[in-house]
Write a protein that binds this ligand. Structure first.
Ligand code: SF4
Length: 904
């Protein structure tokens, strides 16, 4: 609690002999500030945070009044929010560690005590994003993959181990344990925290931010948490409130029940499609209504997981009896569960609520049908029965085949044609357009849900019994999100059947979901190249953007774990599994999907009998310990990180070197060049890819010059502790299209005025050398996708001072602000194309010399090569005073550091 209690809100709650303190929301109602039951639950939880943290300085009584003033037609006020904890995964966590280490080095260089840089709230970093599927299909796959994971990531993991001993509030879940959001759901999430502060025991709602966009998955157990950039998370760790606009809240009223044969994955694909249509970007979503109690908590978590794909900041469920049962099932302490209920009852937050919402949406669960999403957007849902039409249409749209199915001129294969391929082990296979090359049971979206995981196992068992098998060209994998999944699959006896079909455990991590699907065999890649094959992947993940799963796989489909196995068995996506046989039994009889689909009652019994609290208690008892590899890992010690100049993984970033104590402020941007003109929906994957890269690219060249062989390059994601690699990888996705280059894809730019085409990195370096500031222009939804602070850090390091887009995804925009890069937005109806611009102009951005205001209207003057000018207005996407300060300071961490260093 802050020093002040201007509303007299602190009260005591007795539980089992302990006196707890809490910030009582009902006091605000008594004060006439709000009617609590009209406020959405998520808003009440934000309000509690503001109320409890009033200190008269960073958070004031007026902030409480502002938060309490929430109405369906949301007032334009800002809210300083202090989460109760932070979660990180290793791809975003390593750069956070590197930044914290860099801050400590900067403080140390100024002869101050480095330990003044210390997380103020608990932080958990789960190492899950680095394991790759190099080995698959046999019992040793896990051991071999984890061995390689350590080999590739040793330096990064050392830095994490350093952080664990250097900071007090920093815990690490070592590799091979689980996936961050599943570990969060099954273990870390408390719903209500018991916290000791200044000798008092406090009860506070569990709230968090995470350096991963799927953090809202925790909304499945009624916890408010969302994904932020690493930069924002670091600021939150260091005690900075996150400043946010009071959000609109959309209520989704669920009714009915899921029909036979429909899974939670099918449901989430429907809701994702629906909510994208409704438009929930920058909004909170809450589920309510009679359908809520028909969903298990695991189903709810699957829905909450895909909040970013839906477009929302959070998509959360109420805490009800089912939530308490889930806490019990997952081995949480009984006394704590009682305390959760008592606290939430006292705050009026337990059970079904029907507050007022900004907008309501109705959804009938009984309308859900088996579905997939593809070929490159998670909200492009396709009913399973339409796949046989979808795929030919897709190939036609893409110019691969003509309307009659015949091959287009540049392709030599028609749909249905096959080419022979000899695999590495000599096996002869045939593949064609639509062949499934990757079939992956992956992603915390689904691996946290026993019903779909056991359904996959039952389908595998039924398929094995029918004598079906997965074709040899399909790369099969199973990546459980926690050790508990393996325990219940083994308990049920279904692990053997999954292994029989090749779905053996490849790792406890994100694997294919984050693009770590590992290599395809060379003969397969050659066949794809030679025949321009449109090969496919099917995965139980939440994202299927272009080139995310594998650069050679053109179309990616999201589906439930049982459907992942089903399409793996079929070996192709251009099939209607409702009508066409999935394969043939030993006697040559056709076998249909319905013949092997799990029986509902059997599945229900299987879930009931195979999953127990003891499994969770046992598997999570040693969650921070790790295996013998983690134990043996030698890591640096001490308060200040010992940077190694030779390291190709961890290097001190330039952000705080030669750090001036005076803030740089803002000024007009003159004579800038445009580095790239981009279309719509450029993702953070396009801007800062996470996957592998070759020696022909700038990042690969830099590593090669330092003696790193291509097979040791690892992925961009794993190199995020090295700014040299990351800035070279910025805007370097092989599929990004800079429209200044007439259809050429990849990270290329045209240097001006020379007109030479080169890489984005090389061009930006030439501009930097002659002090030319840069801009990038884009279409709608700029920066959509995963939260990647390197998408903003790389943008900054390339020398890009401002971006101009038709619209932004929130996290990327916030990360740009956090790095001091100015996000500007075209006026409605305008864009670079509409204005007749092509990026060859010289740009000036005017209106900053007098300082930056929130939502400032600025003028851009573009001078064409013939001397003509185009003038247009843009709006600065800077909507809070704190964001203005970030831009004035050159970034949020710069602001924090400046404050730390200038404090007496
Ligand atoms: S499995 Fe997928 S959604 Fe889950 S944390 Fe990993 S990358 Fe994110």
């Amino acid at each position: 609690m802050g020093e002040n209690d201007p509303f007299g809100a602190v009260r005591e709650l007795e539980h089992d002999g302990t006196t707890y303190k809490m910030a009582d929301l009902t006091v605000l109602e008594e004060e006439g500030l709000c009617e609590l039951d009209k406020l959405p639950v998520s808003i009440r939880i934000l309000l509690e945070s503001v109320l409890r943290n009033v200190d008269g300085k960073n958070i004031t009584a007026d902030d409480v009044r502002n938060a309490a003033s929430w109405q369906p037609d949301v007032p334009d006020v800002e809210l300083p929010f202090q989460p109760s904890r932070v979660v990180l995964q290793d791809l975003t966590g390593v750069p956070a560690v590197v930044d914290l280490a860099a801050l400590r080095s900067a403080v140390d260089r100024k002869d101050r005590d480095p330990s003044i840089v210390e997380p103020e709230i608990p932080c958990d970093l789960v190492i899950d994003h680095s394991v790759q599927v190099d080995y698959f299909g046999d019992e040793d796959a896990y051991e071999k993959n984890v061995e390689l994971e350590y080999e590739r990531n040793e330096e990064r993991y050392r830095s994490i181990k350093w952080a664990q001993q250097a900071f007090e509030n920093f815990e690490v879940v070592p590799p091979g344990t689980g996936i961050v959001h599943q570990v969060n759901l099954e273990h870390l999430g408390r719903v209500v925290h018991e916290r000791e502060e200044d000798g008092d025991e406090w009860l506070v709602p569990d709230t968090l931010v995470g350096t991963d966009s799927h953090t809202p998955m925790i909304g499945g157990i009624g916890v408010v948490g969302w994904g932020v950039g690493g930069i924002e998370a670091e600021a939150a760790m260091l005690g900075q409130p996150i400043t946010m606009g009071l959000p609109e809240v959309v209520g989704v009223r669920l009714e009915g029940d899921l029909p036979e044969g429909a899974t939670a994955t099918d449901l989430v694909l429907h809701l994702t499609e629906k909510l994208r249509q409704v438009g929930v970007v920058d909004r909170f979503v809450e589920f309510y209504g009679p359908g809520v109690e028909n969903l298990t908590v695991a189903d709810r978590a699957t829905i909450s997981n895909m909040a970013p794909e839906q477009g929302s900041t959070i998509s959360m469920f109420p805490v009800d009896d089912k939530t308490l049962e889930y806490l019990e099932l997952t081995g949480r302490d009984q006394d704590h569960i009682e305390l959760v209920k008592e606290y939430l009852d006292a705050q009026g937050l337990f059970g079904e609520q029907e507050p007022e919402y900004t907008e309501t949406v109705d959804f009938d669960l009984s309308t859900v049908e088996p579905s997939l999403a593809g070929h490159k957007k998670p909200h492009s849902r396709i009913p399973m029965g339409d796949l046989d039409e979808h795929f030919p249409n897709l190939l036609e749209d893409q110019g691969v085949v003509q309307a009659d199915g015949a091959a287009e001129v540049k392709h030599d294969l028609e749909l249905g044609d096959k080419v022979p391929v000899t695999l590495d082990d000599g096996t002869e296979v045939e593949i064609g357009h639509g062949s499934v090359l990757v079939s992956a049971i992956t992603s915390c979206t689904n691996t946290s849900n026993p019903s779909v995981m056991l359904a996959a196992g039952l389908l595998a068992r039924n398929a094995v019994e029918k004598g079906l098998d997965v074709p040899d060209y399909v790369k099969t994998s199973l990546a459980p999100g926690s050790r508990v999944v393996t325990a219940y699959l083994e308990e049920s006896g279904l692990m053997d059947d999954l292994e029989e079909l090749g779905y053996s455990v490849v790792g406890y991590g994100c694997t294919t979901c984050i693009g770590n699907s590992g290599p395809l065999q060379d003969p397969i890649k050659d066949a794809i190249d030679e025949h321009d094959l449109w090969a496919t992947s099917v995965l139980s993940g939440n994202r299927n953007f272009e080139a995310r799963i594998h650069p050679k796989i053109a179309a990616n489909y999201l589906a439930s774990p049982p459907l992942v196995v089903a399409y793996g068995l079929a070996g192709r996506m251009d099939i209607d599994l409702e009508e066409d046989p999935i394969g043939h039994d030993d006697e040559g009889n056709p076998v249909f999907l319905e013949d092997i689909w799990p029986d509902t009652e059997e599945l229900h019994d299987m879930v009931h009998n195979s999953v127990s609290p003891e499994m969770f208690e046992e598997k999570y008892a040693s969650v921070y310990e790790g295996d013998e590899r983690w134990e043996a890992l030698e890591a640096p010690t001490g308060d200040v990180y010992d940077w190694d100049d030779e390291s190709t993984y961890i290097r001190e970033p330039p952000f705080f070197q030669d750090f001036p104590l005076e803030e740089p402020g803002v000024e007009d941007i003159a004579n800038a060049r445009c580095l790239m003109t981009l279309g719509d929906t450029v993702t953070t994957d396009h801007i800062s890819p996470a996957g592998p890269f070759g020696e022909d690219l700038p990042a690969g060249q830099w590593l090669k010059e330092r003696g790193v062989e291509p097979h040791e390059f690892n992925t961009y994601g794993s190199r995020r502790g090295n700014h040299e690699v990351m800035m070279r990888g910025t805007f370097a996705n092989v599929r990004i299209e800079n429209e200044m280059l007439d259809g050429k894809t990849g990270g290329y730019a045209k240097h001006l005025p020379s007109g030479e085409e080169t890489t984005v990195f090389e061009a930006s370096g030439r501009y930097r050398d002659d002090d030319t500031p840069l801009i990038v222009m884009s279409g709608i939804e700029f920066g959509t996708g995963s939260s990647r602070d390197w998408a903003a850090k790389g943008t900054d390091l390339l020398g890009i001072r401002a971006t101009i887009a038709k619209s932004y995804e929130r996290i990327y925009r916030d990360n740009l602000l956090g790095m001091g890069v100015l996000p500007l937005q075209f006026e409605d109806g305008e864009g670079w194309e509409e204005l007749g611009l092509d990026g060859t102009e010289v740009y000036s951005i005017e209106g900053l010399d007098d300082g930056l205001e929130m939502n400032d209207e600025l003028t851009v003057v573009a001078e064409h090569e013939d001397g003509e000018t185009t003038e247009f207005n843009v709006t600065a996407q800077v909507s809070t005073p704190a964001a203005v300060e970030y831009i004035e300071n050159g970034g949020v961490l710069h602001k924090v550091l400046r404050e730390l260093l200038t404090e007496e």
